[in-house]
Design a protein around this ligand. Structure first.
Ligand SMILES: Cc1cc2nc3c(=O)[nH]c(=O)nc-3n(C[C@H](O)[C@H](O)[C@H](O)COP(=O)(O)OP(=O)(O)OC[C@H]3O[C@@H](n4cnc5c(N)ncnc54)[C@H](O)[C@@H]3O)c2cc1C
Ligand code: SF4
Length: 503
């Protein structure tokens, strides 16, 4: 039984980070690698803070973890030092706990009962415990290839190798199907590879999981655009009994209406992040470096923070991140986002501690270029964002005529994604996008094309790694049932599942 007083005995302690000077000198992960014994001792104390609540909100799919991670169970196993069983219980619900342990914003922690009141000392460091169980599992060879003992004789194509496609592929391979993952990029991993920077998750972490999938029998084909030059829709349909679309929602949102958008030096975020990640992979220097430049990042989310940290490491003269919304509070405002929903609070990423400046309630009114047509200045105005309660439409209005000009030689638009890219594959399958730019499906994850299923960002819209894995696991259950009549594979989420929210 868990220690009900643990949270009073031990304060919350997050994973230590490397000193800023050190981490700006390389691309490695920002977190410090503690000696295993020190790490394990610290994390066991953190796991002891878990009360094993009668109703563990951390584990709930709607407010907490979409994967239904067995958080109190493995917290207690870690408290007792039984890392091997903790690993088994963690992998029972999550194919890739090191990805979520490193990358997840942790809705489980926001929903932890210890997050109700600051007097409790803060939520259990669930993410840190998860990441440590995963690392201990790799260190001690608890992670093994689980090769299926049976073969269904059925062939499944997974299109896209991001976390959704990889989770679906691993589940279906383990269920005995012959699975081939097709990826149009030259390397596997989707946004884990070319979106998320090395300093958030080193790619060797992805590569060791891919080796496990290969050893289990999943086949991979890279540099193959399905529906395009790689594999025609006719070949796809003729060669496979089922198809899973895990093609992401990679259509970047642009700002074509801002005067000066066409100037050189104004880029979509992914135009900056992809070549920066390629440089880390050894593909040579990026053509879009922030070195020696004043950089302006437009957009306050994850992607913006990744551009921010990347520009800092590339040697930017200055980095400024703009957000149209006012600065959120530092602590949860119970009227606006009561526990256990995801709190509207100021999110400070490690990149923000390193350098630069964030500005809130401002928007760009104009980009100004030099005689060579290169952006040099940006005009800003203070703004107010309002949402029409009737239509839900958002409007951004200047609060005065005052304009401020700030230097910017490089502008990165990190203002979100519009949905799935238009691609020949969709036309070939007779599929069209919803108004939200996503692919819809029935309660069995099947699109309107028979035998074609969808999961991850392509279905949900730009979201999170944890949701991609949860949808990949769930679609695998549906495909397995479609191919064999029934499935024992877990299905943690329904296609209509949404996080609990105040509307
Ligand atoms: C910069 C950035 C940072 C992020 N940081 C975080 C974070 O810290 N934490 C977090 O939880 N989430 C983060 N996210 C979100 C997260 O990365 C995504 O939600 C997740 O990767 C979605 O997984 P997916 O498998 O659905 O799609 P993706 O990862 O987008 O993968 C889709 C893949 O499909 C391939 N593909 C598309 N069409 C075809 C075709 N026709 N043929 C073959 N292949 C095709 C693409 O090349 C791509 O590799 C971030 C996103 C971005 C952009
Ligand atoms: S809500 Fe927090 S304290 Fe309760 S079981 Fe989950 S992690 Fe432990």
């Amino acid at each position: 039984m868990a220690d009900p007083n643990g949270f009073m005995s031990f304060p919350r302690k997050d994973a230590p980070k490397r000193p800023v000077d050190e981490r700006l000198g390389d691309w490695r992960e920002v977190y410090a690698a503690l000696a295993p014994s020190e790490r394990d001792t610290q994390v066991r104390k953190q796991a002891t803070r878990c009360m094993d609540c009668g109703i563990p909100f951390c584990h709930s799919g709607s407010a907490g973890c979409p994967l239904g991670n067995l958080i109190p169970e493995w917290n207690d196993l870690v408290r007792r030092g039984d890392w091997e069983l903790a690993s088994e219980r963690l992998h029972a619900t999550n194919n890739f706990p090191e990805f979520t342990g490193k990358l997840c914003p942790a809705p489980c922690e926001a929903a932890c009962v210890l997050a109700i009141s600051p007097d409790s000392g803060g939520a259990v460091t669930i993410k840190r415990v998860e990441e440590t169980i995963a690392e201990v599992s790799w260190d001690n060879n608890y992670v093994e290839a689980r090769v299926s003992a049976v073969s269904s004789g059925k062939r499944v194509a997974v299109v896209g190798s991001g976390p959704a496609g990889l989770a679906a592929a691993q589940q279906l391979t383990r269920a005995g199907h012959e699975v081939t993952v097709f990826e149009r990029d030259d390397r596997l991993g989707g946004l884990l590879r070319y979106g998320i920077p090395e300093f958030k998750m080193e790619k060797k972490v992805l590569d060791r999981r891919l080796a496990q999938l290969r050893a289990e029998g999943t086949k991979f084909v890279t540099g193959c655009e399905v529906g395009g030059s790689g594999l025609s829709v006719e070949e796809l349909r003729a060669s496979f009994d089922a198809v899973v679309l895990a093609v992401g929602a990679l259509q970047g949102r642009d700002a074509p209406d801002i005067p000066g958008r066409d100037l050189k030096g104004v880029h979509l975020a992914m135009e900056h992040l992809v070549p920066a990640n390629r440089e880390c992979e050894g593909d040579g220097p990026t053509s879009i470096s922030a070195a020696g430049k004043h950089v302006l990042v437009i957009g306050g989310g994850d992607t913006g923070a990744d551009c921010y940290g990347t520009a800092t490491r590339q040697g930017a003269l200055s980095v400024t991140q703009l957000d149209q919304y006012p600065k959120p509070p530092d602590v949860r405002d119970d009227a606006r986002s009561p526990w256990p929903v995801w709190p509207v609070v100021l999110r400070t990423y490690p990149a923000h501690e390193e350098s630069g400046e964030r500005r809130f309630a401002v928007a760009v009114s104009r980009f100004i270029g030099d005689s060579d047509g290169h952006v040099r200045l940006v005009e800003l105005q203070k703004v107010r964002v309002e949402r029409d309660p009737a239509t839900g439409l958002r409007s951004v209005t200047p609060v005065s005529d005052d304009v401020e000009a700030i230097p910017a030689d490089m502008v990165l638009l990190a203002i979100g994604f519009e949905g799935v890219e238009q691609m020949p594959l969709l036309d070939g399958l007779g599929l069209s996008l919803t108004k939200r730019g996503t692919l819809s499906c029935g309660s069995d994850w099947q699109t309107s094309a028979p035998g074609v299923f969808v999961c991850g960002d392509a279905h949900r819209g730009a979201s999170l790694v944890v949701w991609a894995i949860a949808e990949g696991r769930s679609v695998a259950n549906a495909v397995d049932a479609y191919l064999t009549g029934a499935s024992d594979l877990p299905a943690p989420v329904h296609p209509t599942a949404l996080p609990l929210a105040v509307v």
